[in-house]
Write a protein that binds this ligand. Sequence first.
Ligand SMILES: NC(=O)c1ccc[n+]([C@@H]2O[C@H](COP(=O)([O-])OP(=O)(O)OC[C@H]3O[C@@H](n4cnc5c(N)ncnc54)[C@H](OP(=O)(O)O)[C@@H]3O)[C@@H](O)[C@H]2O)c1
Length: 244
Amino acid sequence: MTLLGFVGAGNIARALAVGLGEPALCSDGGSGRAVALAELVGGEAVSNAELVGRVDVVVLAHKPAQLKAVAAELGDAKVVLSLLGGVTLDQLEAVLPGAVLTRGMPNTAVAVRKGVTCVCGAEGLDELLARVGIVVRLPERLIDAATAVSGVAPAYVSLIAEAWVDAAVGQGIPAAQAAELVCAALVGSAALLEERGMDTLAIRREVTSPGGMTARGLRVLERAGLRSAFSDAAAAVVGTGAAK
Ligand SMILES: NC(=O)c1ccc[n+]([C@@H]2O[C@H](COP(=O)([O-])OP(=O)(O)OC[C@H]3O[C@@H](n4cnc5c(N)ncnc54)[C@H](OP(=O)(O)O)[C@@H]3O)[C@@H](O)[C@H]2O)c1
């Protein structure tokens, strides 16, 4: 078993640790979240200095702005997986010289082992990450763009689902049933897309009778600017650079 040490015990550390389902060491900035995460996965909350001496892989899961201070406590780190948004391999190398470095951008669906993790750098951790979903190797210059696609996906899909449920409630369907319909429709549609090799046009045509109900709904979504909203959102995510 590879012992992981999570520097940071927040949202993404929790998702990855839970998805992997094995005891891990973890640290935090003083909130006590490391103790909670250690209890959840059966590990131990420790200081950064102790963590680096005991684990096989150090996982950077704090905020990018904390990198310099954290790295000063991780001088001896040998194998490092950085989850830090917008922080390049060169920037990591500058503060952690000599460590074998992998940059990974997972999404929180790793918690249910259906994640997407985009990676660049050293390849030794690909197999480990593949246990919690798919691993996609990309050139480093595309990692921020990938963040704007798969990293944000649980948030985007949650927003879409919420709007969809509200629309259903607006048409008289009770909220609980509306939520059931939307969730099942999302899961089923994603399965269909996967099975049909993402042939979106063919799937759309099958549901859209000429002049019919679906055509009316699609026209409203197009007029509301669905495509340009996605394009603008991707540009906004990439344009933010390092996540705060
Ligand atoms: N959330 C996502 O979906 C996602 C996906 C991919 C990548 N990421 C990246 O993952 C990183 C963390 O994001 P997050 O959403 O998980 O943030 P978060 O929930 O705010 O968690 C950050 C964690 O870092 C801890 N921390 C702060 N200073 C520390 C220190 N000196 N030593 C050890 N731990 C320290 C915090 O401690 P306290 O608990 O004491 O505050 C907290 O537990 C970011 O760089 C982000 O770009 C996030």
